[in-house]
Design a protein around this ligand. Structure first.
Ligand code: C2G
Length: 446
């Protein structure tokens, strides 16, 4: 019996897939189809898949060509499968020509003609109207944002707002979008807003955008006080709009896995979380300017405290800050946040360098995430008995902003108003911790 194997995502199954499966089946007597798992696709940068793995398996079965369906879940699995199932022919569409020649060592490799004029990408684009996104601010992060939207289907950046007309225009030229220096004209052109302007302008821009009925994704720190955060989320709820803080680590796959592993008890009860983030900056820069809410805490609290709040929750019992000041801003701050049964610390620097790692310690073991932990792509679960240690590798694609953009769009399209990756109350608690820093009672100067 001649056995054939083929692989694919088979999202929104279409005639191209059906032709491919028929041709693959014709190459032998028995066809095995490997359907990619959701996490495997996310891992290889396919973030837009519409059908989940069960739906995709069902769709493949319905074609009647597959004698057996298996799940593809890891890189390198094809070689394992070919040997395990004693495969004679590996078949795949001609868009992959040459890419799988390395399998010739194990079986015949056949590139089948691809059906022209149809693709899952095209169907996804047709099934969903693009969300027109306008960016407020045209600085460093905004420049990194636009290319990241290209890999998320349904996101279309169309406009930029900057009160400085020249800046707006040069940014707009760069990305072939429209430039505005007036909020009123800008907001009319967009369905959703990405606020990437200086810290102190976030609150008024988010509020104005929500009042104008637009969904908002706001850069970190969204605001510098818990009350303001609460007010904005309440406003978003009343307007039935999405408001999401763009805390990029919260949305990246490896960080999500860390949180779920900890919650499932692999390191026992957590008693300590240590998160550090230091990035040296050179003047003149807004990070060192007290009038622009500069300082290490404002710069880095959102991500470090995110790690603490995601693991230990929002019900902390007290917080203390230890800061070294220079020219009106903290160039270094250590925040110690205590919980009834655990403690944690966030160590932040913009003028002092330290190791930027994340360590979550529990009664059975600990999780170690090396610097830069906030761009999580690797972590290790470690135990006293080192033979039980496990390393986890992920990809953190591009600038990593695609994960938050994907979540933002998915919330809009699916009518979700809260994200379990960064809940509203977690974002409010983080803003509240930033607030607490301004209360000198808990601050010790070094
Ligand atoms: N295909 C085709 N004609 C189209 C579209 C797709 O022949 N118009 C083929 C592809 O070449 C592939 C199969 O259909 O052989 C599945 O395509 P996708 O769902 O896009 O999956 P893909 O990303 O190609 O998965 O391990 C996964 C595989 O490496 C490939």
């Amino acid at each position: 019996m001649k056995k054939v194997i083929t692989y694919g995502t088979f999202d929104l199954l279409h005639q191209g897939h059906i032709n491919l499966l028929r041709r693959a089946k014709e190459l032998g007597d028995y066809l095995i189809v490997g359907v990619t798992s959701d996490s495997f696709d996310r891992g290889r940068g396919k973030l837009n898949v519409k059908n989940n793995v069960l739906e995709r398996v069902e769709a493949v079965k319905k074609t009647g060509y597959a004698d057996e369906v298996i799940i593809e879940d890891y890189l390198g699995q094809k070689i394992d499968d070919i040997q395990r199932y004693e495969i004679d022919v590996f078949a795949i569409g001609s868009d992959w020509t040459g890419k799988f020649d390395y399998l010739k060592e194990y079986c015949d490799v056949v590139y089948l003609p691809r059906t022209e004029g149809i693709s899952s990408t095209q169907l996804r684009a047709e099934s969903q109207n693009s969300i027109r996104i306008g960016i407020i601010g045209s600085g460093r992060i905004a420049r990194r944002f636009v290319p990241e939207t290209k890999v998320v289907s349904g996101a279309d950046v169309v406009a930029v707002l900057n009160p400085d007309k020249d800046e707006a225009e040069s940014f707009a030229r760069l990305f072939s979008i429209e430039a505005f220096d007036s909020f009123e004209a800008f907001i009319k052109q967009v369905d959703a807003v990405y606020v990437a302007s200086p810290h102190l302008t976030h609150y008024p821009y988010v509020k104005q955008s929500l009042l104008a009925g637009r969904h908002v994704l706001c850069e970190i720190p969204m605001v510098l006080s818990g009350n303001e955060a609460k007010e904005l989320y309440d406003l978003a709820s009343n307007q039935n709009l999405v408001l999401l803080e763009a805390s990029k680590t919260a949305f990246c796959p490896a960080f999500n896995h860390i949180v779920t592993l900890v919650k499932s008890g692999v390191i026992g009860d957590v008693v300590d979380v240590k998160a550090s983030l230091s990035k040296m900056v050179a003047p003149p820069t807004r990070e060192l300017d007290p009038r622009q809410a500069g300082g290490a805490l404002h710069e880095h609290a959102s991500l470090t405290m995110l790690a603490i709040v995601k693991i230990l929750g929002i019900e902390y019992s007290d917080v203390h800050f230890y800061s070294k000041m220079e020219d009106g801003v903290d160039i270094y701050t250590k925040a110690v946040i205590n919980y009834p049964h655990a403690t944690s610390s966030a160590t932040l620097g913009i003028g002092i360098k330290t190791e930027g790692n994340l360590v979550i310690s529990g009664t059975k073991g600990y999780i170690y995430v090396p610097a830069p932990w906030w761009l999580t792509d690797f972590f290790e679960v470690r135990y006293e008995d080192q033979t039980k240690n496990r390393k986890y590798f992920y990809s953190y694609d591009g600038e990593g902003l695609r994960y938050e953009i994907q979540e933002f769009l998915s919330m809009i399209v699916n009518g979700r108003r809260d994200s379990y990756r960064l809940r509203r109350e977690e974002s409010i608690a983080i803003a509240g911790l930033i607030d607490a820093f301004h209360n000198n009672q808990w601050l010790t100067l070094l």
